[in-house]
Design a protein. Structure first.
Length: 318
């Protein structure tokens, strides 16, 4: 990560600690506008920053780290997937946040779910959108006839976890290397689950020009390959030992959510291993097991995020 040297950056001239200050994780998260749990997930899973440790073992963050985290947070709020921007150098993060991206879709083949977004994109992409579906159900019913896809753009009025599962299943079924989801209202947990799976998420209102820029950026910024193609699990947030410890917490506190969530995550981890090791009778059977492995990995990630929020909200120690 490149050090930040400017003394005139508006993010740093706010009466906050000086750029050389050694900040603890909670302070760094607050200054960056993040929750401590989000910072932990971003750092553990995506390596957004690499802070050194103090002699006592505490991670210590600089204001340059905070500046980087602020830029990444801003980009994710604008719809960029955390997996696509986490590893970018500072100058590229700044350029991307300022909109210095070429608005051209190149030779991408783009499918759109939702006529409202198709209208916004009309005349803005070359080549134009290849196909437009009425809604998710329409896309799901015609998935076999779609052909190769580079970008899938989905519009939903209401985003919740069941919609998240359908979008991810559609991505695997096409398959589509890049997925953008635009929603009007919804649960932040559902949006976070999509971002964790490498999907770009944007909340309305969004203009046609902004949407075209996001599609263009998806080609210029390397995307993560879908898990079903790689046949690998996303990194785990909690070890077997930590899950076992969390499962015993109800004996000390009234709420049993930590125990239930830890048990669900443990079961999903087990099914991931089972689907990865299950004997396949042929190519079709192997594809089915990869699909099951991918879905269980996504579900486990979603429940890990729910568990992380419970841990933070209840002040539990892991």
């Amino acid at each position: 990560m490149e050090p930040h040297t400017s003394t005139k950056n508006p993010d740093l001239d706010t009466g906050e600690p000086n750029a050389k200050a050694a900040l603890r994780s909670g302070t760094a998260a607050r200054l960056a506008g993040l929750s401590p749990s989000t910072l932990r997930i971003w750092e553990h899973r995506y390596g957004v920053v690499s802070p050194p440790r103090s002699p006592s073992g505490q991670r210590t963050y600089s204001m340059a780290d905070v500046h980087r985290l602020r830029l990444i947070r801003r980009l994710t709020l604008e719809g960029h997937a955390i997996g696509t921007v986490a590893g970018l150098p500072l100058d590229e993060l700044v350029a991307l946040s300022e909109g210095n991206m070429v608005s051209s879709a190149g030779e991408q083949r783009i499918l759109v779910v939702g006529h409202a977004l198709a209208i916004k994109l009309d005349g803005r992409l070359r080549p134009p959108v290849a196909r437009v579906f009425d809604d998710l159900a329409h896309a799901e019913s015609d998935i076999a006839a779609c052909g190769a896809v580079d970008v899938l753009v989905v519009h939903v009025a209401s985003l919740h976890l069941s919609v998240t599962e359908r979008v991810l299943a559609l991505r695997v079924g096409l398959p589509a290397p890049t997925v953008l989801v635009v929603y009007s209202f919804g649960a932040e947990a559902a949006a976070d689950a999509l971002r964790a799976a490498g999907v770009t998420v944007c909340r309305e209102p969004v203009t046609g020009a902004e949407l075209a820029r996001l599609i263009a950026a998806s080609k210029q910024v390397p995307q993560r390959e879908p898990e079903a193609k790689r046949g690998r699990s996303s990194p785990r947030l909690y070890s077997d030992t930590e899950l076992a410890s969390l499962a015993e917490i109800p004996s000390r506190v009234a709420c049993e959510c930590p125990r239930h969530l830890a048990e669900i995550v443990t079961l999903l981890v087990g099914f991931e291993r089972y689907s990865a090791e299950c004997v396949s009778a042929g190519p079709t059977d192997a594809a089915l097991h990869r699909h099951l492995h991918d879905i269980s990995s996504v579900a486990r990630t979603m429940f890990e995020q729910a568990l992380a929020r419970v841990i933070v909200d209840k002040g539990l120690a892991v």
